[in-house]
Design a protein around this ligand. Structure first.
Ligand SMILES: *Cc1c(COP(=O)(O)O)cnc(C)c1O
Length: 400
């Protein structure tokens, strides 16, 4: 019995996904909230409990031990399900302590010896470590780049697979693949389809509406957007899938703290205004970068000239906050980063404050030495563009 099947103390009536017809800005401010009760807070505070009063028989008890379920998670899980799958009331969310907790839970709970998974070769860099682990367990791993699935013969990679993992747009390369087409091809071959939806957020892309079976994300990035929480989630189309992912969470204990879950839920109310503003700012920044002779390879799915834009426009409703581009070399990139005044040098993305880093410093991503991943925040667009132009001017000459 899962917490989502049962009425917990804070959860009010059975989850209905709310009127799917409401626009995003309307849906996010109420997502996952309990029904209004006199003198109760709109979003109940975090419930700090390692265990719950548990008299007698445990059958049907929604809350028992703090590793299994918590009312603060339940509220957040309802909210994420409403946003990811408004058209699909059967969808269930399982929240995790981080995006990697969520990704690992799907891959390690759904794959066994002799089964085959298809992973992106250019996805989040820790997928490589997971690949090694899976192979050690006897899982056959095939990899394929996010772009270029339309090339002849590429779909053969799905033959005999149990799971297809997509990351679109990909991090850090910002390539895009056609979720609908690949989900259809995978389903014809009996494979499940999971999409890492971190970059787009549920307001930018709805993998379920495009045919996916699982939508997985790091909530550390744009979903929560303030750079103060690590979190992950898995949304499953199917209760059986959700039960096995939830059982994995319980077994490995990759659970979010109640405070983190509550902060994440509170942050959802501003998801629409943040991501709308960030996408507008990111496009302004990408356009400004495109005009610079020393900048090459500008990538942003919302940029009309981007090679992935047409496909992105078919399946995304906003294009995220990440812009990728390349400066001539490592030293040039470092001069640029240290000349920025409004953009902090940091990893991660999706926060309200703009950040950037030279991605190659981590190793592991196939990017040029001068490649910059820039995460655009909610600052004033003109200020940001001016700061980036000035830093580019300074980086070009090296005099500061
Ligand atoms: C950051 C990220 C992850 C990992 O999430 P954590 O919360 O850092 O564990 C997974 N996938 C993508 C696309 C990411 O950007």
């Amino acid at each position: 019995m899962s917490a989502q099947d049962a009425d917990g103390p804070l959860t009010g009536p059975e989850r209905d996904h709310g009127p799917a017809a409401d626009a995003d800005g309307t849906r996010v401010v109420r997502a996952g909230l309990p029904g209004e009760e006199p003198y109760a807070p709109p979003l109940p505070g975090p419930v700090f409990a390692a265990h719950f009063h548990l008299p007698g028989d445990i059958e049907g008890a929604p809350y028992t031990y703090g590793r299994d379920a918590n009312p603060t998670w339940t509220a957040l899980e309802r909210a994420v399900a409403e946003l990811e799958a408004p058209e699909d009331p059967a969808a269930e969310t399982v929240v995790f302590s981080s995006g990697m907790g969520a990704i690992s839970a799907v891959l390690l709970s759904q794959l066994g010896p002799g089964q085959t998974v298809v992973l992106p070769s250019d996805g989040y860099n820790l997928l490589a470590a997971l690949r090694d682990r899976l192979e050690g367990f006897g899982v056959q791993v095939r990899t394929a780049p996010t772009g270029g699935w339309e090339e002849p013969g590429r779909l053969d990679a799905l033959d005999g697979a149990r799971l297809l993992w997509l990351e679109t747009p990909s991090n850090p390369g910002l390539d895009v693949c056609d979720i609908r087409r690949l989900a259809d091809a995978a389903h014809e071959r009996g494979a499940l389809v999971a999409v890492d939806n971190t970059l787009a957020t549920p307001l930018g892309q709805r993998p379920f509406a495009l045919g996916a079976d699982l939508s997985v994300a790091s909530g550390t990035k744009a979903l929560t957007g303030h750079g103060d929480v690590l979190l992950g989630y898995v949304v499953c189309r199917d209760a059986e899938l959700a039960a096995s992912v939830r059982a994995w969470r319980k077994t490995v204990g990759a659970i979010p703290g109640p405070m983190e879950a509550w902060l994440a839920h509170r942050s959802l109310a501003t998801l629409d205004v943040r991501t709308r503003r960030q996408a507008g700012n990111a496009l302004a920044v990408a356009e400004a970068l495109t005009a610079r002779p020393e900048v090459s390879g500008v990538r942003h799915p919302g940029l009309p000239g981007d090679e992935a834009h047409q496909l992105a426009a078919r399946q995304m409703s906003r294009y995220g906050c990440v812009v990728g581009f390349t400066l001539p070399d490592k030293a040039h990139a470092e001069r640029f980063l240290s000349a920025l005044r409004l953009v902090g040098e940091a990893t991660s993305f999706g926060g309200v404050r703009s950040t950037a880093e030279r991605r190659g410093r981590w190793g592991g991503d196939a990017v040029p030495d001068g490649f910059i991943r820039l995460s655009v925040g909610v600052e004033d667009a003109a200020d940001l563009v001016a700061d980036i132009r000035r830093a580019l001017d300074e980086a070009r000459t090296g005099d500061r």
